[in-house]
Design a protein around this ligand. Sequence first.
Ligand code: DAV
Length: 365
Amino acid sequence: MSVARAREGENTRSPVCSYNEWDPLEEVIVGVLDGAAVPTWHISLKATMPEDQWRLFQSRGGAPFDPELIARGNRELDELAHILTAEGVNVRRPARIDHATPFATPNWRSEGGLYAAMPRDLLLVVGDEIIEAPMAWRCRYFEISAYRELIKGYFRDGARWTSAPKPELKDELYDPHYVESDDEDAPRFVINEFEPTFDAADFIRCGRDIFVQQSQVTNMSGIRWLERHLGSDYRIHVLPFRDAAPMHIDATLMPLAPGKLLVNPERVPKIPPLFSRWDVLGSPCSTIPDSHPMFMSSRWVNMNVLMIDERRVVVERQEEPLIRALKDFGFTCIPCDFRHVMSFGGAFHCVTCDVRRRGTLESYF
Ligand code: DAV
């Protein structure tokens, strides 16, 4: 018996099935910070990591992150898992493994891995298929290990499982002389088209239409690979933003529900034409104080929210301006403490992978 690809109006019995960011969430992977390692320094990190953290990565790459910071972040991740469980969602967690282990390929070595905190970066669910992304950071080469038991289980139960062509990540992929562009509308990229690479978090799904940005980890070859792989059921739209250091679209453009879009007002000065009939909310700035450590991202991770369905949204408890704005926009906010997780580079969308949402493949444009 062959397992047919899900068609419009059909919700498969595969344990993996999700077409957009807002259908009622039934099963989700929530990341863990256990064993998190400081990323090993490489030119690719220079392109997106906050400059005040470069020294940490250069001097302690591959070493475990401070256990106290990990414990605080883990408490918040557990709070998120409890909230989602109480809202009726089945929560799964990746394996708790040590990422502070050196590894090598025939071409290069890394002092360690990173973490299993951000499944969104690595795993892309499109319909009944779960796709492992060909990530451009060397230190993330084996990050998939923490998810393999979960994915093998999904496969046994009927999911389609794909790994994009494993990149070699040779020196030829990177520009050793990379410096950030001073024109935010014309980013310079640290990676070239040597081979396809992408992070799953550079894509955001709205049914048949999937939006993506070319970034410091996602090249045009990676985008073309996914487009060709998904075939004519999906339309891939490459969107330009105002961002000299793009990495992951989900602190820039967040579709919340059909007809409702949350945007980063600094990075999206012009609403992409396809969204012209949608209501748009510009995210308020984050309330995170300057003194709060942000090792791996900007403060805009405040807008990195997770939809439980078309109304309920999980948002950081102290982001009061954003909570008020989302309420006025018609949503029910579920607050969760998350500032210590945010130090590690993401919030509710980043730390999750929605494995199953109850819904079908639709067109929203
Ligand atoms: O705004 O620094 C955050 C997204 C992380 N997954 C930023 C991008």
